[in-house]
Design a protein around this ligand. Structure first.
Ligand SMILES: [Cu+2]
Length: 165
């Protein structure tokens, strides 16, 4: 129904304005928080991109926030056991339009969607100083396979390109 749509659009734009207002930009151009959307796009050129996090690679300073939007339908955000920093509690976001996490522990985090991970719905979250990141980090205790791994290798290549060591 059109009127319901416009009402929704108005609410969405107000919410976007609020989000912008609460996301200060640092002098070096980085933001103090990131927003990740979860997308279903059956027309994508590659199977690897049909279900995806957008963006799928984000670097944050320690203590900054990340907001995961659209954990609905079949989309979820879960950390991959063995591919997050030691001692960090499992990340699990489901059945919510939006959830914000504060990233207090530096390191590399591999996140996936329970349902679409096998299509390559994987993302990489890098927290803290680039000096502390390794590819792969010593704390990583497992490997992925199939499209999981294909996407992860792309993301690690992005990490290396952006932060050459
Ligand atoms: Cu999904």
């Amino acid at each position: 129904m059109p009127s319901a749509f416009f009402k929704y659009a108005a609410v969405a734009s107000v919410m976007a304005a609020i989000l912008l207002a609460t996301s200060p930009i640092f002098a070096d151009g980085t933001s103090s928080s990131a927003k990740i959307d979860q997308i279903s796009d059956p027309l994508a050129d590659r199977v690897l991109d049909m279900f995806r996090f957008e963006p799928n690679f984000v670097a944050l300073k320690t203590g900054e926030r990340v907001t995961f939007n659209n954990s609905r339908g079949q989309h979820t955000v879960v950390s991959v056991k063995g591919l997050i920093p030691d001692g960090v509690e499992k990340i699990s976001v489901a059945n919510t339009a939006s959830e914000t996490l504060t990233m207090d522990v530096p390191g590399l985090y591999v996140l996936t969607c329970k349902v679409h991970g096998r299509y390559g719905m994987v993302m990489l979250l890098a927290v803290g100083e680039p000096d502390a990141w390794k590819n792969p980090p010593e704390s990583w205790t497992r490997k992925l396979s199939g499209r999981h791994d294909e996407k992860l290798q792309e993301l690690l290549a992005k990490l290396d390109a952006k932060f050459p060591r």
